[in-house]
Design a binder for this molecule. Sequence first.
Ligand code: SF4
Ligand code: SF4
Length: 283
Amino acid sequence: MKKWNMIIDVAKCHDCNNCFLACKDEHVENEWPPYAAAQPWHGHRWINIMRKERGQYPLVDVSYRPTPCMHCDDAPCIKAAKEDAIYKRDHGIVIIDPEKARGQEALVDSCPYGAIWWNTEKAIPQKCTFCAHLLEDGWDKPRCAQACPTGALRMIHAEETDMQAICEAEKLEVLQPELNTKPRVYYKNLYRYAKCFIAGSVALQDKDECAEGAQVTLTKGPQNSGKVTMTNNYGDFKIDDLEENSGRYTLRIEYAGYETGTVEVDLTTSRNAGVIFLQPARS
Ligand code: SF4
Ligand code: SF4
């Protein structure tokens, strides 16, 4: 049986907030029984764009991680709900019943992803429905995905085996896999948000010039074969997708006609290693 999944590409999200606004347009002042009561004007972010700045000036970047309900297959919110107020539909979508969930404010804290919001006026918990009312009506994507100008949000209706193949082919990840909630929202290029980088600049000491095309190798311990990159025309380099708090690394910089440069870096979070000056090779 085909089920609904969402793929979110962190590298394509530019924080334009079109998804957030489209969700508001679809759900504020609109009742979609039995899937959702109207979303309030203020306070709720059914698709919440998390923001992260990495590195130190001038070598910094910012990434954005849109975060709706994960529509977990093993959802803590379903277990926490009384009177079956939250349930999973056959096609994979998790729904909060607006009638049965009335007064169950504790459900807000049952979601480990912070995806449930409390509607004070109606006294109900609410969240993203994957726009189930539209999908049931023949749409192939919800409003947020339709509104995204960069294609960062993709909706997939697929058999489980086909979805697994897509996950492997596109190297997709889920948030906090250690929770075993089995999310149906998958992330591409999640390292841009969840991991860190080592960056720096290379310059030629005698000429006071940027070293374009220098080879930079990052190693960790004697057994590590290393990650290799080249400096750009400003002499800058960046090696990404590294674990935070992962210890001591060695940067080795090689450039024809110059002594090899070596820098030790203790990695806690994204680091700008600064300007590394290379000395002319001794003849
Ligand atoms: S993300 Fe939270 S609200 Fe959504 S299904 Fe999982 S536990 Fe429930
Ligand atoms: S799928 Fe629908 S309800 Fe969920 S965030 Fe997108 S627009 Fe909002």
